[in-house]
Design a binder for this molecule. Structure first.
Ligand code: UD1
Length: 404
């Protein structure tokens, strides 16, 4: 069986790592002498900075991509179209039996859409690949969120849908996806987290940053939070206020840094002492009394090591809501909705919206020691990738038998 997996942006890479590991493990267990699954990896190049991409391949020992489409940045339409244009000839040349996409980024919908409409040459044994979506069924019900559009569309053209939490099953059933296509397998991000926790504990990032025992972490990058001054300034002010009680480390997405500078908000942040080879910016305007310490995006192991010991995490990311739930670290999500409701209902996540009052109140109660620790969702047990690969292979064999 030939499996082609696609990854393009930072949150894809930890999911790809779990799949690559599971494929290797499958090959070694099932047929050590005869590779049952040939795995081809395509990187679309949606993220291309070393710290947004290559570092993750290094940290997570992901095999070097066989093909990089090098699409880079652009508007949603341009980026999606570029990926589609460059992916079509790759798919025709490789003719995989299975296309696997993860998550909800533009690379996810672009490549699955190409696969749904492709026609392999007449002498091929199939018309198109089986389309597999890992992390299917998540819904924020927010049509203004680009990822929500990507999720709905990708799910609607996938043949096998792998779900991380109960809500995903219900959402897919509601959209009319038949039960036989839906598989609750758990969370591949947590496979990768479990497998790398020991190594992450060797990171000396806390010493490098000279952090006290109690500190927090901030990540913000959603366009709805960072692209206008009206939304970014009150959030950053609230974060600045929290930093008067506890230092906050802020590994910053390029989009967010650009907007902090553009809106003249640098006095609300400080610059970390972290060796700064990329943030070659004017540090003179930074607020010297701010405890919000900006630093370049971190690699996977350093970030995980920081999160594991943090007193609180403030974020608008999707994946970090899940990682903090698994690690039982209080997480304040600065969004009005979450596509990962289990992190709130049973996990350690607080869905706060963007009201500064609510953010400050929750931070204060967490710091006073009344945070919920939550519990770990079903099947977030390190075996999700193995379940995905087993199910794909059985489906492939079933289809092959039907055709012969
Ligand atoms: C993308 C995903 C988002 C994910 C996020 C994680 C979509 C629709 N969004 O958003 O779901 O949470 O990745 O990081 O796919 N840039 C760089 N270097 C890079 C990549 C981007 O400087 O390596 C800058 C560019 O100015 C670019 C901007 O960041 O225009 C946004 O990048 P893009 O990939 O379009 O979306 P993200 O905001 O990163």
């Amino acid at each position: 069986m030939k499996l082609l997996s696609v990854a393009g942006a930072r949150p894809n890479f930890m999911k790809l790592a779990a799949i690559a590991w599971a494929v290797d493990n499958f090959n070694n267990t099932i047929s050590p002498d005869n590779c049952a699954i040939q795995h081809v990896i395509v990187h679309t190049g949606q993220h291309y900075d070393k710290k947004m991409s290559q570092t993750f391949f290094d940290d997570l020992a992901i095999p070097k991509p066989d093909i990089n489409l090098e699409v880079g940045s652009g508007s949603h339409a341009v980026q999606t179209a570029e990926i589609m244009k460059k992916f079509e000839p790759v798919l025709l040349a490789e003719q995989p039996d299975v296309l696997l996409v993860v998550g909800d980024v533009n690379s996810t919908i672009a490549c699955s859409l190409v696969a749904a409409k492709i026609e392999y040459p007449a002498n091929s044994n199939r018309r198109r690949p089986l389309i597999v979506h890992v992390e299917a069924g998540l819904r924020s019900f927010d049509p203004d969120m680009p990822e929500e559009i990507n999720r709905i569309l990708t799910d609607s053209i996938s043949d096998l849908l792998f779900v991380t939490e109960e809500s995903g099953i219900n959402n897919l059933r509601h959209s009319g996806v038949p039960d036989e296509k839906i598989h609750m397998v758990g969370n591949v991000m947590i496979d990768t987290l479990q497998r790398h926790l020991k190594k992450a504990r060797l990171s000396d990032i806390r010493e490098q940053l000279a952090l006290p025992e109690r500190y927090g972490i901030v990540t913000l990058h959603r366009p709805s939070n960072v692209d206008t001054q009206e939304t970014l300034e009150p959030l950053l002010s609230a974060i600045h206020t929290i930093s008067q009680d506890i230092p906050l480390i802020f590994p910053i997405h390029p989009r967010t840094l650009k907007h902090i500078e553009l809106f003249g908000l640098t006095s609300l942040v400080n610059w970390s002492t972290y060796p700064d080879d990329e943030l070659q910016h004017d540090h003179s305007s930074a607020g010297s009394n701010s405890g919000v310490f900006i630093m370049p995006p971190l690699g996977y192991l350093d970030f995980l090591s920081l999160v594991e010991k943090a007193s609180l995490v403030i974020t608008d990311s999707g994946g970090i809501q899940e990682e903090t739930t698994y690690l039982q670290i209080p997480c304040m999500t600065l969004r009005h909705n979450t596509e990962r409701p289990i992190t709130v209902t049973i996990g350690s996540n607080y869905l706060l919206g963007t009201s500064p009052e609510k953010i400050l109140e929750t931070a204060s109660s967490i710091l006073k020691g009344s945070a919920k620790t939550g519990s770990i969702p079903d099947k977030w047990d390190g075996m999700a990738g193995t379940r995905v690969v087993d199910i794909i292979y059985h489906e492939y064999l079933a289809q092959k038998n039907n055709n012969s």
